[in-house]
Design a protein around this ligand. Structure first.
Ligand SMILES: C[S@@+](CC[C@H](N)C(=O)[O-])C[C@H]1O[C@@H](n2cnc3c(N)ncnc32)[C@H](O)[C@@H]1O
Length: 157
């Protein structure tokens, strides 16, 4: 499994609970990866990876599941990042793009950020994200854009 934009590693526990062979925790920030390393000092199934989702140091078809929770709006080029995630995923593997809240909630937090870069990091309607997934080679299996829920998921064809 690949957790993209792991941050402090909130989702890692849930991924490990699914009993995968390996969870790759990927983040741009070495500081975030350091926090995860402190949380999981003895977890042999966890591999930390400082990388940009657009350029992953992984071979083609390496992971069966990719999670992007709370990171998708931050991708500088979404088509490039999604193509890269598609490249490292095994055929039949899954991609999930999710947020802890609905799109308007997430966008209002970002739009009001004190950081001008974050203010630009807005998420499109789920239907547009789903259309992009199709463009890069996924079959869309979930497309939920509700007041308290944002999930777009797909399977690599
Ligand atoms: C809001 S946090 C989400 C953390 C975590 N996924 C969660 O659910 O709690 C976003 C994280 O994504 C990372 N990030 C942003 N753009 C990225 C990119 N292009 N590639 C990898 N990580 C990225 C940031 O450094 C940050 O730690």
């Amino acid at each position: 499994m690949l957790d993209v934009g792991s941050g402090t590693g909130f989702m890692i526990k849930f991924l490990l609970d699914a009993d995968p062979e390996v969870v790759y925790a990927c983040d741009l920030s070495q500081k975030m990866l350091g926090i995860i390393a402190e949380k999981y000092p003895n977890e042999s199934r966890l591999q930390l990876m400082q990388a940009d989702a657009r350029h992953l140091p992984m071979a083609d078809k390496t992971v069966d599941a990719v999670l992007c929770n709370g990171v998708y709006p931050h991708f500088e080029s979404k088509p490039v990042a999604l193509s890269e995630l598609h490249r490292v995923t095994t055929p039949g593997g899954r991609l999930v793009i999710s947020h802890f809240g609905g799109r308007h909630f997430v966008n209002s937090i970002h739009a009001n950020s004190s950081d001008p870069v974050i203010r630009q990091d807005l998420i499109e309607p789920a239907s547009e994200v789903a259309a992009l997934l199709v463009t890069v080679g996924y079959e869309v299996t979930v497309c939920a854009d509700e007041p308290d829920l944002f999930i777009v998921a797909g399977v690599k064809k």
